[in-house]
Design a binder for this molecule. Structure first.
Ligand code: AMP
Length: 286
């Protein structure tokens, strides 16, 4: 695996490859875990050349403390990326992506409105801008994203469609820890007690899904199962035309998001049950 820090060097290597090979891109902010690895492996299975990016994108952070404490470990990430079969690792600096005088931002409306868009103003502007830049730099045929960030998927799909970016967006199921908690780089911030409290989130999603299947209100059921956890929101949204039960909640100073599509098959629903889902469980792109 080769590591690239400049756009020019990466482009030089990719230019002759692209016409004869399928290029897959997995954009990440690093602090890789098995959720990211599932995306990398899917890219490895389906593409000739796999590019992964590690870039903690300041433009998508509203809270300076969240940005400064975001976990970073490039050495470990590079090892995991190599093991997952990544060919090219793109690790640009902030200056490389946003040089002095940078002034162009992409504002997606529609799917970026509401939920995360309300609680994190400017977040999706940063996400859309960095994804558009990465798509322009790498020009992948396929880009891989996680269902874990369901609203982000809807935003990126709309971005690609509206700007005719000619990239196929594939979505992989959420990878969970053995106890049901969705893997997230931010889980590293949770104390043991906070982690125990965070388990109310997958439990609430499961309760909501069960209620929905029985013809009852998923939001009421999920709220009841959250117990004393005070969420930013519990909502059913149409993300990319998929009805999805989504929850965001703060546990101490850590904000977590998770969701479950309500049109999941029975097999999909079982993914929320702790015993059924280990971090090694991947899944095929949908
Ligand atoms: P991040 O590094 O948090 O920006 O995430 C990079 C990509 O990994 C995004 O497409 C996320 O949706 C995806 N991702 C993060 N956590 C998980 C997870 N637990 N399961 C599957 N994909 C994930």
């Amino acid at each position: 695996m080769r590591t690239f820090r400049t756009i020019a060097e990466l482009r030089e290597v990719l230019a002759p490859i692209r016409p004869r090979s399928t290029v897959g891109l997995v954009p990440t902010m690093g602090a890789l875990h098995e959720g990211h690895v599932a995306l990398l492996r899917a890219a490895r299975r389906t593409c000739d050349v796999v590019v992964a990016s590690l870039f903690v994108n300041p433009a998508q952070f509203g809270d300076p403390a969240d940005l400064s404490t975001y976990p970073r470990d490039e050495t470990r990430d590079a090892r995991m990326a190599t093991d997952a079969g990544v060919d090219h690792l793109f690790v640009p600096t902030v200056d490389e992506m946003y040089p002095a005088g940078y002034a162009t931002w992409i504002e997606v409306e529609g799917p970026a409105r509401g939920l995360e868009g309300d609680f994190r103003p400017g977040h999706f502007r940063g996400v859309a801008t960095v994804c558009a830049k990465l798509f322009t730099i790498v020009r992948p045929h396929v880009a891989f994203f996680g269902q874990k960030d369901a609203q982000q998927v809807a935003v990126v799909k709309r971005l690609a469609r509206d700007l005719n970016l000619d990239v196929d967006i594939r979505v992989l199921p959420t990878v969970r820890d053995a106890d049901g908690l969705a893997l997230s780089s931010r889980n590293a911030h949770l104390s043991r007690e906070e982690r125990r409290r965070a388990l109310a989130i997958p439990r609430a999603l499961e309760a909501g899904l069960t209620a929905h299947r029985a013809g009852r209100d998923p939001i009421a059921a999920a709220r009841a199962a959250l117990g004393d956890l005070d969420p930013d929101y519990v909502a059913v949204a149409d993300f990319d035309s998929r009805p999805t039960l989504a929850i965001a909640a703060r546990i101490g100073s850590t904000r977590l998001i998770d969701n479950v599509p309500l049109d999941e098959t029975a097999t999909g629903a079982e993914r929320l049950a702790p015993a059924m889902n280990t971090p090694t469980m991947g899944g095929d792109p949908t």
